[in-house]
Design a protein around this ligand. Sequence first.
Ligand code: NAG
Ligand code: NAG
Ligand code: NAG
Ligand code: NAG
Length: 413
Amino acid sequence: MMVQKIALMTALLLAASYECHAKPQRLICYYTNWSHARTNEHRYELEDIPGDLCTHVAYAFVGVDEATSRISSLKPEYDEDAGQNGFERFRDLKERFPHLRLIVSVGGWTHGGGAFSRMASSRAARLEFVTSVVTFLDRYRLDGLEIVWLWPGAPERDGKREDKDNFYYLVGDLRDAFRRAGKGWEVSVQVPVDRARIAVGYQQEWLCQAADYIHLAGYDLRGPWTGYADVHSVLRRRSHDVHYFATFNIEDGITSWLGKGCRADQLVLGLPLYGRSYVLKNATLATGPGAPAIGPGEQGPITNDPGLLGYFELCEMLKDHNWTYGWDEAAQAPYVYRANQWIGYESAESLTAKAQWVVGKGLGGIYAYTLDLDDYRGHCGETHGLLRSLHRELRNGSDVEVDFAIFREGGVV
Ligand SMILES: *[C@@H]1O[C@H](CO)[C@@H](O)[C@H](O)[C@H]1NC(C)=O
Ligand SMILES: *[C@@H]1O[C@H](CO)[C@@H](O)[C@H](O)[C@H]1NC(C)=O
Ligand SMILES: *[C@@H]1O[C@H](CO)[C@@H](O)[C@H](O)[C@H]1NC(C)=O
Ligand SMILES: *[C@@H]1O[C@H](CO)[C@@H](O)[C@H](O)[C@H]1NC(C)=O
């Protein structure tokens, strides 16, 4: 009888704590290793990170060493203590923001896929990598690892057929080692929403079992490489999305991962704090999303990358009143054009709308890509204005009492 009572009470307590500990939404902020190299006020350093607006911060990127298969710095003169001590200054964010969880991201676009493919293809090399990651997380007292392998199985990125299984083995090995370490470390993987890429590189059901979190890249779904002007963080299909592009959007991507056994609260949607720009083919003829384009638009003065504009750059450009504004309803994204220049981007309004969608779907949260592309100095409004709009909406979406306080108590995550 007594035992039953205790069991019942325990069950009730568990139910109650589960109830009020409903998973708070994550807002993961990306710090990039290149933004500190800018000049003057544009220099974005670790100390600029608004830790009060994020639940997690990711350090992007570190790499896989070709020769040893170990996790390694791509820029020791910045990352390590003989240089600017990036890793330790990253770790020290917790002193100012004790609730923060810190993640290291390995890979990224310029890293390429070859080193991952080779490392993942043998058990010995995987274990070498896993052991080095454990040492790394321990040394800098971090909370997890994100794998940004772009993309397993992609031949143009040095991938091979076996990557699809090997990627899953790698994630499984990491998870097992993290469990054994018993420090609450998490393994997350960045994945595409593109069904063709998913098919060649991702054992979706297994990955959903093995990884703690799945980060879906909801940006760069269209770009100057596509041949027509368009917004790039497309929420839903539009009438001009045909063939390959018909399901190449955030909603269909989320549906695909959910359909393979991922839990909704395991999926974290990546949204861009930057725009993609184009030169229109004929601005008299067509100016809407899908209008023919002949190449990337003018580069930004600070990011210097044709076809890409940080929000901090484009919001300055838009202060000039000659732009025509448009809104893509299905994509839930704004665009502007002037003469032959066309830009598709995200604004506070569109990010708010997408955050509401994320909350409505019960997803695990959002990752903001990246901090140094936002209006971080507040020339067009509040500092880190786009991030703030996400923060406002996710806070509102989760139980106010639980909110981010749960992280401060170091409780359920
Ligand atoms: C940043 O990381 C990339 C790899 O993703 C590397 O190629 C690049 O040299 C690094 N840049 C700086 C400025 O540290
Ligand atoms: C652009 O389109 C308009 C309307 O169809 C046409 O009159 C004009 O010749 C085109 N301009 C160029 C440069 O092709
Ligand atoms: C903006 O419009 C004004 C008046 O129509 C014009 O004088 C100015 O040159 C335009 N600026 C740009 C950058 O197009
Ligand atoms: C919070 O969400 C509710 C319902 O979605 C909405 O009506 C309200 O305006 C939101 N409040 C803020 C501060 O965003």
